[in-house]
Design a protein around this ligand. Structure first.
Ligand SMILES: Nc1ncnc2c1ncn2[C@@H]1O[C@H](COP(=O)(O)OP(=O)(O)OP(=O)(O)O)[C@@H](O)[C@H]1O
Length: 508
């Protein structure tokens, strides 16, 4: 029996977590980022545990503790209905006190949980940002923020308890007092011949067994406001509007990617103001522009991290919102600026690109992505653990692992966001060779800061403040687009500046 219950609870927890994780996959990235890592961890681990507490303990034990008093009461009622009703007379008072506590509890709950969420997020941020904190000597400042959030959590917790405990004390005192009315009024009834002494003693004895059970059952009452709040937060998350996506498979005519008057705002401020261009199959389109001009946002919209707020993005004529995320993912490989590696072996990290790939296929992809040289240096080679978030590898090594994933996936559309940003010149050349092989006959969209690397692109789209300033090939843009001329001049100047610095004998 115990084993069955244990299994049942674990299954419920698992189902809840799986539903939540499934939902997370379908939410716009912004909704997830707004919640914060700490708050999400709390929701996944702590809040779901609390819901389990309600189901595993509060409901069954509560029902048992209410059922027993009801049976006793029926006996009391059969013995003497007047005396038995007297033993219940305190119940309404206790329930009123409990109702008031519940109302106050729910009122304060928002602030209490907001403080908890903030504290959790600050702790996660503090740990994730440890490097910056140390480099910039911000230990004290970060600690004060952390301390401030812990204090504020304490303040809200105390405020909440202070508001609730008098009512909690009141109902806890009233509810066991089953004899409060039975004893004096019952004695009066006996003395005046309305009840007999044996019935009075019997009802009084039985009523004493009701109180502790009631208190136990209603003890869960104090946890109900908290659990109710957590269930509501879980429901809000599960009900949050998901990304617009169809059930359908990819049904595009080809792999041309078209942005049609695409608009987007992360929050209130629009960052893309109706961008239109087409990236053709079998060609390389480069997105260039000043920092913050909207290049990465275009890439993130294409891989459907967010929904466009206006216009459309199509592949082969099919709106990406008409296909499922899985179908879209099969068509696109995205190498982002920040490469995240899971804390498993490098082999498994690469295999994410194609789950049914054999070890030999993974090794071949790693070799093509120029991982061979650094894997040879690692004691366990490709079987080395990547460390939390891939922290045991350098930026360039992480990029090469990520490129190996992309090679393995071999999708028809490739989006490379600053793919060689962390590369030293020697590795960059090798990686460019790997990229050149990877992108053959594919639709390739490259986001590049260094203009020298994309002068031969089939199409260069120049982004300026969330608008497409111009699109064309290098020579044409250089002759006709002031924004591109400015970028090119700056790129040339930075090359000259680098040469001058080297001549001056300083290390770069
Ligand atoms: N998660 C986010 N939340 C809110 N605003 C954002 C977010 N990410 C980007 N932005 C804003 O959107 C605008 C476009 O950013 P985006 O990252 O697309 O530019 P970018 O051209 O790729 O810049 P960079 O070359 O520096 O990577 C910027 O103003 C940026 O501040």
């Amino acid at each position: 029996m115990i084993a069955f219950k244990w299994w049942e609870h674990v299954t419920t927890l698992k189902n809840l977590r799986v539903s939540l994780q499934g939902k997370l996959e379908r939410l716009p990235l912004g909704t997830i980022q707004d919640k914060g890592t700490g708050a999400l961890k709390k929701m996944f681990i702590d809040d779901i545990e609390n819901v389990e507490l309600l189901m595993a303990h509060a409901l069954p034990e509560g029902i048992a503790n209410i059922g027993a008093p009801i049976i006793v009461f029926i006996f009391m009622f059969l013995v003497d209905w007047k005396l038995s009703l007297l033993s219940l007379a305190a119940l309404p008072l206790g329930i009123i006190a409990m109702g008031i506590m519940y109302k106050i509890g729910m009122g304060e709950m928002g602030n209490y949980y907001a403080a908890g969420k903030k504290m959790n997020n600050t702790i996660v941020e503090y740990i994730n940002g440890m490097e910056v904190v140390k480099v910039f000597n911000r230990d004290g400042e970060s600690y004060h923020r952390f301390e401030g959030d812990v204090k504020s959590y304490l303040t809200f917790t105390l405020k909440w308890y202070k508001a609730c405990w008098p009512w909690m004390a009141l109902y806890s005192s009233i509810l066991p007092c089953v004899a409060m009315f039975t004893l004096p009024i019952g004695a009066y009834l006996v003395l005046n011949g309305f009840s007999t002494l044996p019935d009075f003693v019997l009802v009084l004895c039985m009523s004493f067994s009701i109180g502790p059970l009631f208190i136990k059952a209603l003890g869960f009452g104090s946890t109900l406001p908290q659990i109710n709040y957590k269930i509501k937060a879980l429901e809000d998350m599960l009900d949050a509007p998901p990304l617009e996506q169809g059930e359908g498979d990819f049904a595009g005519k080809n792999h041309n990617v078209t942005f049609e008057e695409a608009r987007f705002a992360y929050k209130d401020e629009e960052v893309l103001h109706g961008v239109s261009f087409e990236a053709h199959e079998g060609s390389l389109t480069a997105l260039v522009g000043e920092s913050g001009s909207g290049k990465s946002t275009l890439a993130k919209l294409l891989v459907h991290f967010y929904d466009v707020s206006g216009g459309a993005i199509k592949i082969g004529g099919q709106d990406i919102r008409e296909m499922s995320l899985e179908a879209l993912n099969r068509e696109i490989s995205y190498v982002a600026q920040e490469q995240f590696l899971f804390n498993t072996t490098l082999l498994e990290n690469i295999r994410i690109g194609k789950l049914d790939a054999s070890d030999e296929e993974v090794l071949a992809a790693a070799e093509k992505a120029q991982c061979g040289e650094f894997l040879a240096r690692l004691e366990k080679g490709i079987y080395t653990m990547a460390g939390d978030g891939g922290k045991q590898l350098s930026g360039g090594e992480r990029q090469r692992i990520s490129l190996a994933r992309t090679i393995l996936k071999n999708a028809p559309i490739i989006v490379l966001d600053e793919a060689t940003a962390f590369m030293d010149p020697e590795n960059e050349e090798k990686m460019n060779e790997a990229i050149a092989e990877l992108i053959q006959n594919k639709t390739v969209i490259v986001i590049a800061h260094r203009l020298q690397s994309i002068v031969n692109a089939d199409q260069i789209c120049v982004m300026e403040n969330g608008n497409l300033a111009a699109a064309g090939v290098h020579e044409n843009l250089l002759a006709s687009c002031p924004a591109y001329q400015a970028l090119w001049n700056a790129a040339e100047a930075s090359v000259n500046w680098s040469v001058t610095m080297k001549k001056g004998g300083q290390t770069l």
